[in-house]
Design a binder for this molecule. Structure first.
Ligand code: PHE
Length: 443
């Protein structure tokens, strides 16, 4: 057997895991979900979930992966026996579902980068921008072609393997993302009238917190931290046994939260300063923000930087959604990486076609009252990821707890006084919390 690929350094691993976490979820989804859920009250609930369940599950996945040195299916089978392999299969399936709609939105991002550079978005008229957006996403050819280009770029990185593909790309792209983000935030908060946006983010209005807020915050947390489908598990499986996992996991969670918070500071003040509404939904970054850029001096430059930022975020995440599936076929079936990457990326792209057409040709085709795009988004974020997280918590908390703590402590070499608390979260808090939210979602 060939030696398994591995991260070249701890920094490389942390950048890759942060690159996975930081994605469309932070920059595109978080501001509009927070925007339509009352702003800061939502953010506080979100932070509480991330720091309790979120961090605990990130560590749970990473430690399972590192101990087993295998893909999700192989890892659960090796540590828990045949029955638990199902959790891995669930993850591989979830990866297909997520990537199929992820490439669609990432394709829009690529298109919008092009549109900004070619001046197609040069108008402050919100109605015209809405029309541009709806017109574009409703076409059958162009958005699909952009999704195809994006899928190719993703496959290209995953093809390079862990050290030379994924790690190298992330070590370059993540620092770039951070620099662009800071520049844009400085620009946004110094716009005239930005205060209203800042107040919206900073002053909580708890009257807006309902059980729906909890559901939205929980699914946002799982999606944003890449937990519940084996991504962190797979990334953990390329680690050597001696790195400090708890501190690495904490850094990843903090970076993800920092970027999410900065994205709020970028998007909401800009939207308020342009006198627009934060409740625009998924179109917020594609309709509302171009209007903001069109009003500001050097708006082309800032617009292009923004869509470049979104594209980088999407690319490093898409790579991490594909990798668990690729690892599964490579580890368990001995397939070649090349062939597997080509086939899985193609499959995700093909599944993405109906998601893209949901905005046009297939907009009348409904499953349980939702378009195909909304259905797969709902399926992944509200059902599959929480289910995967629930089962992972139960596995580590109840079935594999002792070895998990021992492994997390590097075979007893690290002192982890908080380990009992970690187990309490995995055993009780996370399962009960996820179930409660699931039940309230159904009702
Ligand atoms: N965390 C990514 C984002 O915020 C999405 C993702 C989900 C990546 C699940 C991997 C696994 O966009």
């Amino acid at each position: 057997m060939v030696a398994r690929d591995a991260w070249g350094s701890r920094f490389g691993f942390v950048m890759a895991a942060a690159g996975s976490a930081v994605g469309l979820g932070n920059v595109w989804r978080f501001p509009y979900v927070a925007g339509s859920n009352g702003g800061s009250a939502f953010v506080l609930v979100y932070l509480a979930i991330v720091l309790s369940f979120g961090l605990s599950l990130v560590l749970a996945e990473m430690v399972v992966g590192r101990a087993a040195q295998r893909n999700p299916v192989g890892a659960f089978r090796a540590l828990g026996g045949r029955g638990w392999a199902g959790v891995g299969y669930l993850g591989v399936f979830t990866g297909f579902v997520i990537l199929s709609f992820y490439v669609v939105v990432a394709g829009w991002t690529l298109a919008y980068l092009v549109f900004t550079l070619t001046g197609r978005l040069d108008t402050t008229d919100a109605a015209a921008l809405t029309e541009t957006f709806n017109g574009f996403v409703g076409r059958s050819g162009a958005p699909v072609a952009y999704a195809a280009l994006f899928s190719l770029a993703t496959a290209g990185i995953v093809l390079g393997g862990i050290g030379r593909g994924i790690e190298r790309a992330n070590k370059l792209l993540m620092p770039a993302l951070f620099v662009i983000l800071v520049l844009l935030v400085i620009r946004a908060v110094t716009l005239p009238g930005a205060e209203a946006g800042l107040a919206f983010i900073l002053v909580p209005d708890f009257s807006k917190v309902t059980s729906q807020t909890l559901v939205d915050a929980l699914s946002q947390a799982f999606f944003s931290l890449s937990i519940g489908m084996g991504t962190m598990l797979t990334y953990g499986s390329y680690l050597s046994r001696d790195i400090n996992l708890p501190s690495s996991g904490l850094i990843v969670v903090l970076l993800d939260t920092l970027v999410g918070s900065l994205a709020l500071l970028l998007v909401l003040p800009a939207v308020f300063s342009a006198g627009l509404s934060p409740g625009a939904g998924p179109g917020l970054t594609f309709i509302t923000l171009p209007a903001v850029f069109a009003q500001m001096p050097a708006g082309h430059l800032f617009g292009a930087l923004f869509f470049a930022l979104l594209l980088i975020a999407a690319l490093t995440s898409a790579v991490s959604i594909l990798e668990p599936t690729v690892a599964y076929f490579v580890d368990e079936h001995g397939s070649s990486r090349r062939r597997t990457v080509a086939l899985t990326a193609l499959a995700c792209f093909v599944l993405g076609i109906p998601a893209s057409l949901s905005f046009g040709a297939l907009s009348d085709f409904k499953i349980f009252g939702r378009t195909w795009f909304d259905f797969v988004d709902f399926l992944a974020n509200s059902l599959l990821l929480p289910a995967g997280g629930l089962l992972t918590a139960i596995f580590v908390g109840w079935v594999w707890a002792k070895p998990a703590v021992f492994n997390l402590a590097n075979q007893g070499r690290l002192r982890l006084p908080w380990a009992p608390l970690w187990l309490v979260v995995l055993r009780f808090l996370a399962p009960l919390g996820i179930l409660a939210v699931a039940v309230s979602a159904v009702i």
